[in-house]
Design a protein around this ligand. Sequence first.
Ligand code: SF4
Ligand code: SF4
Length: 209
Amino acid sequence: MAQEWGFYFDPEKCIGCSACQVACKNRHGVDPGPVDWRRVETVSQGEFPDYEETTVSISCMHCADAPCENVCPTGAINKRDSDGIVTVDQDKCIGCKYCGWACPFGAPQYGDDGLMQKCNLCLGEGPGSGSGQPTKKTADNGGTKPACVDTCVGGALEAGPISDLLDGVSQAAAERFGQGSSSANVIVEPTTSDGGMGPADITTPETGD
Ligand code: SF4
Ligand code: SF4
């Protein structure tokens, strides 16, 4: 695979405003209602008085060995060789919902048209599109930033080739430790095909306390 794309999300910067969720719906013309290609959820841990809530922005993670692709009986779901983006070809989809059940993140969404639709990293407009689109370009190279990334007021979301994202993550972590940050940090890493991380590995770096 040439270069594999993914998302990066930093909950320390997320303020839970749901602008990413709304921007995604807007960019892709998804009707108001239960279908969301990206959604903001609250994750809680612990018990009172040691109780914490974190908001997490979730969409398709464009998994390395995508469970949705593996169960699709018609080959409608495809992890593209050119950029690793997982798309749904609605001309092939029969609406059986297997992909929705297989996905650990609930990313594929069943639309009013009886077909599946999901995040395509803003490859094309409209439900499920993207399968026939050319290789994704970075914003520096004339490509479009995903709507969620473009809209995030806190800068909590990034998208790009995974190698670039990991460089950024390493740098951000180094800066935080340099500043003596003592707050726990949870990073939802993008997936890679080199066996390094599984879908939505959640890491909590040591704080040094
Ligand atoms: S997150 Fe879900 S929809 Fe996206 S590639 Fe993985 S299994 Fe498929
Ligand atoms: S709903 Fe469509 S995309 Fe999903 S598994 Fe069935 S045929 Fe494939």
